[in-house]
Structures are given as structure tokens and as C-alpha cells.
Design a protein around this ligand. Structure first.
Ligand code: HEM
Length: 398
């Protein structure tokens, strides 16, 4: 069957639901032809089963050099700059990917994660205290959702306390899509330089942090490789968790029945976090692959070199996998969502981000029993075109 190519759907019917076209595509043709802005034809995969098949298939690569961008044309100059930096393993395939991933997984030890928990509690309390002391309203994204995940990463990497403000300023600049590209790039380069310098200092004076742990576990790793792994933790772990906190709060405020249930029984928090992950699937454009060798998926013949976009949001609303997927239900059990991806690149920070979200949501709703939106919901600015979807700001009052 030949199917017509359509551009990637991006228009959302509500702030919390994926584009409507995903639903119709998943029903009619879960593997559909995607018209790429550069004129090539790619694929869009929308069912739970087939998204998992692509994400775990050895015929699919995460290397960006040959991928088409589903949202805009990549210029030849930009493409010429595409080199996967040693250590940036989210953009690598086996065997290189596995080597780096294993080294970093070895650093997410139970002991280190346990030690982080009380620190996360403390950060959450300090930020809630500061919000309360400053008045009775705030932008939740700026005051709470963005700083907590960034500080957790500072803690992991062993960024000294006195350097954290500067680190955070740079990190939020790097993630601010409203800034001109040159400023974002400068902020990213600044963080990179900073991380390289930090690794060099750690070599002189090792600590109990991940960067030190990395060169101690593999003495052949260069400073640049370790800095790249630190940088990856920041880009993968900051915005994702921050957008879950911001958008997740917005969603709960718009669903008072669910929020009331959670407030009445904070033991529901862990399940609520899973449901928010499933329902919001904030990584909206991140899971793109390129076909390495011809393969058939869902009855369609994929050819080497074609770009494949896997929609986690569509997969996480698939009625073949979830009962009444369009309903937000924080008491849903046995959720097998794939908001953290699937296959060899499945999120390495998922346990950490779960703990962060659990502590942060508990703290927030406990501290402000009257938390409410301070603007009309239609005025909440959304990050519709960024890789990670979310609320750019969330004005709240209490
Ligand atoms: C990979 C989602 C938080 C570190 C991924 C992927 C997804 C994801 C979908 C797979 C990307 C792909 O297949 O191409 C999320 C979400 C988060 C979150 C929704 C928060 C709610 C974090 C945190 C960290 C982290 C806190 C670390 C501190 C990573 C790393 C990878 C990754 C290192 C690459 C793994 C690999 O390539 O093997 N994440 N993530 N993430 N994530 Fe997360």
C-alpha cells in the first residue's frame, strides 16, 4: 500500500494532549509516511508496539549526521559541523554507546542515590521557603521547576557551592529558547569550558562525585570525554525534569479532582508521577532514528538512510496498551509507559528523576494547600517547538 506523506503534526488541541492527528494516524496507519522539510520522505511511528520495535531494533541508529530534521531544513554548513563528540553517547550506536553508558551507569550507585535524597529534600524546602518569603505569587518555572533539577546535577557532578549560581545562570541561558542562537551557543560553550576545568581540578583533588568516579573507574578517559558526559547529564536531565514539574503542576491544577485525591493521600505520589510521565510524555521530538539497513516494520519497508520519528506521546496514549488512555488517573496501576524511551538508550537518569519529582511534588502541594494559577490557563506560554515540551512560565499564587 502506498501512503501519502504528511508533515509532522505539531498543533495540540489542549496544552496537555498530543496533536489530534496522532490518534487518527495510530488507528489508520501506525507507520505513516512523513514529509520532511528537506524534501525527503521519512516515517512516523505512533503505536506503542511499533515505537518499541523501532527503539529496540538494531537496524536503527541514533547518530545525527544522516538524519533529516522533522521540523526544519538542516543547512549544509550545519551538517558539516555534526560530529559526535567522544562521550556524548546519546548520539552513538553500539559498541561505542555501550562502553560510555556502562561507565556512567556504574556511577549511579545505590549509595550515591541514597545520599542524594536528603539533599534533594533540603533543596526543595529551601526553594519553597524562598518562594513563601518573597510573597504570595511566583513563576513556578523560574522559582522552583528549573533550579531544582539543575542543583541536583550540580550535586552529582560535584560543582562547588560557591560556583552553583553561575552554573545555573549559564544552564538556564543555554535552555532559554527565547534568546538569540549566538547567546545560547555562548552559554553552552561556557558550561563546556567550565566542566573541562572542573574535571581538571577534580583530577588534582578528587571528591565523592561522579566526575571523580569516572576517571577513577577508567583512567583512560580524557578530560574532554568526562566533561562531555557531564554535559550530557545536564542537557538530558535538566529541562526534562523541569518541564515535568512545571507542566505536571499545571495539569494537576486543571484537574482538581486528581489533585484533591493526591492531597488527601500523599502515598499516591509515586503513582501520580508515573501517570504524569505517561500523560504528558514531554520528550516530544527527541526520539528520532535513521535506518541503517532495510527492514520491515508494521508492514512497511524502511530503506537505509530514511529518518524515523518515534512518537512517545502517541505510544503512551495507545488504547491497545492502556485502558482509557485519554483519561488522567493518578491511581492507575502497572503503568508501562515509555516516557523514558525504550531499548539501549532508555533514560539512564530515570530513577533519579522519579525521586526528584516525588519529593518536589509532595513538598509543593504540602506547602501551598491553596496553590492556584495566577493567570487564565490560555495565557500560559507553552514550549511547542522545543524537543522537550512544557510550560515556559507558570504564574501561580497561594
Ligand atoms: C535518555 C527522558 C531525566 C539522563 C533519555 C531518553 C528519554 C529520556 C526519552 C531516550 C532518548 C533516546 O532514545 O534517544 C527523560 C525524562 C526525564 C529524564 C522524561 C525526566 C522526567 C533524566 C535525568 C538524567 C537523564 C534526571 C540524568 C541526570 C539521560 C541520559 C540519556 C537519557 C544520560 C541517554 C541514555 C543513552 O543514550 O543510553 N531520557 N529523561 N535523564 N537520559 Fe533521560
Amino acid at each position: 500500500m502506498t501512503i501519502e506523506a504528511t508533515p509532522l503534526p505539531t498543533t495540540r488541541p489542549t496544552p496537555f494532549d498530543p496533536p489530534e492527528d496522532y490518534r487518527t494516524l495510530r488507528e489508520d496507519q501506525p507507520v505513516s509516511r512523513l514529509a520532511m522539510p528537506d524534501g525527503t520522505a521519512g516515517w512516523l511511528v505512533t503505536s506503542y508496539e511499533l515505537v518499541r520495535a523501532v527503539m529496540s531494533g538494531p537496524q536503527f541508529s541514533s547518530r545525527p549526521e544522516k538524519m533529516s530534521n522533522p521540523l526544519r531544513v538542516v543547512t549544509p554548513e550545519e551538517r558539516a559541523e555534526f560530529t559526535v563528540r567522544p562521550g556524548m553517547f546519546i548520539s552513538m550506536d553500539p559498541p561505542d554507546h555501550g562502553r560510555y553508558r556502562k561507565l556512567l551507569t556504574g556511577q549511579f550507585t545505590v549509595r550515591r542515590m541514597r545520599a542524594l535524597e536528603p539533599r534533594i529534600h533540603q533543596m526543595v524546602v529551601e526553594h519553597l521557603d524562598a518562594m513563601e518569603a518573597a510573597g504570595d505569587s511566583a513563576d513556578l518555572v523560574e522559582a522552583f521547576a528549573l533550579p531544582i533539577p539543575s542543583l541536583v546535577i550540580c550535586e552529582l557532578l560535584g560543582v562547588p557551592y560557591e560556583e552553583r549560581d553561575e552554573f545555573q545562570t549559564r544552564s538556564s541561558k543555554m535552555l532559554d529558547l527565547s534568546l538569540p542562537f549566538e547567546q545560547v551557543r555562548a552559554a553552552a560553550e561556557g558550561i563546556d569550558e567550565y566542566l573541562k576545568g572542573l574535571v581538571a581540578r577534580k583530577r588534582e583533588n578528587p571528591g565523592d562525585d561522579m566526575l571523580s568516579g569516572l576517571f577513577e573507574s577508567d583512567p583512560t578517559l580524557t578530560d574532554d570525554e568526562i566533561a562531555a558526559m557531564g554535559f550530557l547529564l545536564l542537557i538530558a536531565g535538566h529541562e526534562t525534569t523541569a518541564n515535568m514539574l512545571g507542566l505536571g503542576t499545571f495539569l494537576l491544577l486543571q484537574n482538581p479532582d486528581q489533585l484533591d485525591k493526591l492531597r488527601a493521600n500523599p502515598d499516591l505520589t509515586n503513582g501520580a508521577v508515573e501517570e504524569l510521565l505517561r500523560y504528558l510524555s514531554v520528550v516530544q521530538f527527541g526520539t528520532v532514528r535513521v535506518v541503517l539497513e532495510d527492514v520491515e516494520i508494521g508492514g512497511q519497508q524502511f530503506r537505509a538512510g530514511e529518518t524515523v520519528v518515534c512518537s512517545l506521546a502517541a505510544a503512551n496514549r495507545d488504547p491497545a496498551r492502556f485502558d482509557s488512555p485519554e483519561i488522567l488517573d493518578i491511581t492507575r496501576t502497572h503503568s508501562t509507559h515509555i516516557a523514558f524511551g525504550h531499548g539501549i538508550h532508555q533514560c539512564l537518569g530515570q530513577q533519579l528523576s522519579r525521586v526528584e519529582m516525588q519529593i518536589a511534588f509532595r513538598g509543593l502541594f504540602d506547602r501551598f494547600p491553596n496553590l492556584r494559577l495566577a493567570v487564565d490557563p490560555s495565557e500560559v506560554k507553552l514550549r511547542t517547538t522545543s524537543v522537550v515540551y512544557g510550560a515556559a512560565t507558570l504564574p501561580v499564587a497561594w
